[in-house]
Design a protein around this ligand. Structure first.
Ligand SMILES: NC(=O)c1ccc[n+]([C@@H]2O[C@H](COP(=O)([O-])OP(=O)(O)OC[C@H]3O[C@@H](n4cnc5c(N)ncnc54)[C@H](O)[C@@H]3O)[C@@H](O)[C@H]2O)c1
Length: 251
């Protein structure tokens, strides 16, 4: 389905990003993984992609660093799909939220998407590529969740960035959409489930479908957003949250 396409996945050494990289490669794409981690620490993720794409590439790119993003994109002979997925969460109650924590979330989760998507879109336009930009949002972009103000605000910004880019880039043939995962038992939420008992207690009551999601479910949605079935879709936020955003209250 994606044969002949080249895809960047930012945060591609992480749990959701590496699943995206694997499934894009399994569907025929050539994958370029970007992450802030040194390559040695991403070795396992890279090897799992190599099973599908023997030419898989890795670059250590901090999405906050615009010069590094521009230069890594300039190194690519072709670019069709971008998964702007790198992100962090560091929970702090609002009254204790530090300026540094707030800035880190906005810099990585939101400005990182701006850097990567604008740099990629400029190249796509210059080359006449009908590209796809796929951002990783979150179900909490629209719904407040305790102790993660900086995160929810950054993801709300991601949703508007998706819509704004979709509006301006559609005449140029570039489609922009997002996946909005719910609570996944891996990656950022996986860590919170293990390390923050109060988070695990809240999660136990929050998911109408009863279980956290999996990285593979999110990655399958990304493949859908990268493929021919979504050629008429732009500016959409595709939510996979087990019903979390339906507000399940204790009953
Ligand atoms: N896990 C969940 O439940 C969940 C739910 C909703 C949304 N998300 C989103 O999914 C995305 C991936 O998160 P994950 O859960 O796989 O976590 P993860 O920690 O496993 O992966 C995140 C990756 O981003 C990388 N990264 C961090 N800062 C970076 C930077 N400045 N430049 C480049 N790479 C950087 C990390 O090294 C890591 O490999 C994030 O945007 C997150 O907000 C996750």
């Amino acid at each position: 389905m994606l044969t002949g396409k080249t895809a960047i996945v930012t945060g591609g050494a992480g749990d959701l990003g590496s699943a995206m990289a694997r499934q894009l490669a399994a569907n025929g794409a050539h994958v370029v993984i970007w992450d802030i981690l040194p390559q040695a620490e991403a070795a396992a993720a890279i090897e799992r992609v190599r099973a599908h794409d023997p030419q898989v590439e890795y670059a250590e790119v901090d999405v906050r660093d615009r010069a590094a993003v521009d230069s890594a994109i300039a190194d690519l002979p072709q670019l069709d799909i971008v998964c702007s997925n790198a992100g962090i969460v560091d929970a702090q109650p609002f009254l204790e939220l530090s300026g540094e924590n707030w800035r880190n979330h906005l810099d990585i989760n939101l400005t990182g998407c701006f850097n990567v998507c604008q740099a990629a879109a400029r190249v796509m336009v210059a080359e006449g590529t009908a590209g796809r930009l796929i951002l990783t949002s979150s179900w909490v972009a629209q719904i407040p969740w305790p102790e993660i103000t900086a995160y929810t605000v950054s993801k709300a910004g991601v949703n508007m960035l998706v819509k704004q880019m979709a509006r301006e880039l559609s005449p140029l043939g570039i489609l922009v959409n997002a996946v909005a995962p719910g609570i996944v038992k891996a990656g950022l939420a996986g860590r919170q489930l293990r390390e923050e008992p109060q988070y695990a207690a809240r999660v136990a009551k929050a998911i109408p479908l009863g279980e956290p999601g999996t990285p593979e479910e999110i990655a399958a949605a990304v493949v859908y957003l990268a493929g021919p079935q979504t050629a008429y879709m732009t500016g959409s936020i595709l939510t996979l949250d087990g019903g979390c955003s339906l507000f399940q209250f204790d009953s």
